[in-house]
Design a protein around this ligand. Sequence first.
Ligand code: AMP
Length: 493
Amino acid sequence: MTARVREDGETVAGKGDDDHFHDECGVFGVFGHSDAAATAALGLHALQHRGQEAAGIVSYDGEHFHSHRALGLVGDNFGSEEVIRRLPGTMAIGHVRYSTTGDTVLRNVQPIFADFEFGGLTIAHNGNLTNAYTTRKSLVKRGCIFQSTSDTETIIHLVAISLYSTVVDRIIDAMRQMDGTYSMVAITRQKLIGMRDPHGVRPLVLGRLGGAYIFASETCALDIIGAEYVRDVEPGEIAIVDKNGLRSIKPFAKMPQRFCIFEYIYFARPDSLVEGSNVYEVRKRIGAELARESHVPADVVVPVPDSGVPAAIGYAEQSQTPFELGIIRNHYVGRTFIEPTDRIRHLGVKLKHNANAAYLKGKRVVLVDDSIVRGTTSLKIVEMVRNAGAREVHMRISSPPTTHPCFYGIDTPDREDLLAAHHDPDAVAERIGVDSLSYITMDGLYRAVGGTPRDAVTPQYCDACFTGEYPIPLTDQEDGPVPLQLSLLAEQD
Ligand code: AMP
């Protein structure tokens, strides 16, 4: 979310503004490695798809914490030996971040660090705390001075004022007061801590590399450093690593598990294992379900690259239709969504994709993509495929219609900008100019992802973006835009 000034002069936060409160992220932590910062840099590089706007690493060398945080990509900021040399120590955590506009400011870049009476603590957080503004308001009344608009900073203040004595107890005390989602890594002078919210909405895995312990958002960050995947950090688990090894506690009330189903559909990297399943395999199964549910006679199945590729392979296999790369993507342009304004978003799509006309001309084409959000991508792609001479264009989407925004850490536009929130599939089909449009059904999606039908009372996943059923309270949303007590908005970092 970003901040803007209301007509009555009050500063408010809301999605789509400049100074974010709501973002997508990847986290990494390492304990007991002689090259901790270099390892973290590699891990973050593998997690780059989870956030491309900023990156940071904090290390601890037994005496001091060392921090480097910057706007931009991991490779651009952590690729040099000189930067890594400035981050000594055998413990490090790192963070990649993505917010919806270009105006990310350095003060919001993680890991965040603070000195307490017990020493330093640094935290990197993936997820979104849904009562952060409300909690922040009461903390500000009590005299806490906030330096950023990050929800994660709320945790720092709660840890600081906690009456418990150990750092782990203080963190537990803080997290008991927070709602929302978090997969988090932290380091103190002695410990690396990895923890997941009780619903387990965002992913976090545990790995080993020789004697070192690793936490990472996804297993692809273990693969890049040659670490072995041990297991997922469990929902509600706090895993603590120190010189005595790993111990685990579960201090929170047990909650129904609600892993984010959109991680499978789009967000996680296809080569990652998520909750024990290979993401690529799941996406192919979704494509196969889609073909079973809404097969249409066609000459060729074409993915919208890259996000539509695995589902298109599954669709093509199941429907026995030839698969072709009828659209080629230029990899040197970021994800379409990243561009902040509509004008640039449109330009971005043109820059990013080109029709491979020889494979489209005169053909009945099934286009497969993972989702339609605003509809910008589909509109442009369909026009491109038609201009290349396709005879028919049928769109198949490997998610149900995206009708509701995510408040748990995946960036989505406000509800009014979600095409499917106000248009049924026929109206969307007309709008994007296709001969037919089908989304996977919720049942088909659950079959592909979990193998079991969706339980209407206690769904096995968080699927709020498709159903509007939010499993965790949205306290900050209750009264509309939330007052943000920070008047310095456009700091020159
Ligand atoms: P749109 O053009 O607004 O309909 O967006 C749909 C495209 O954005 C699809 O091709 C998706 O692969 C991609 N997409 C969907 N959700 C997200 C997200 N949260 N962040 C970035 N890209 C996304």
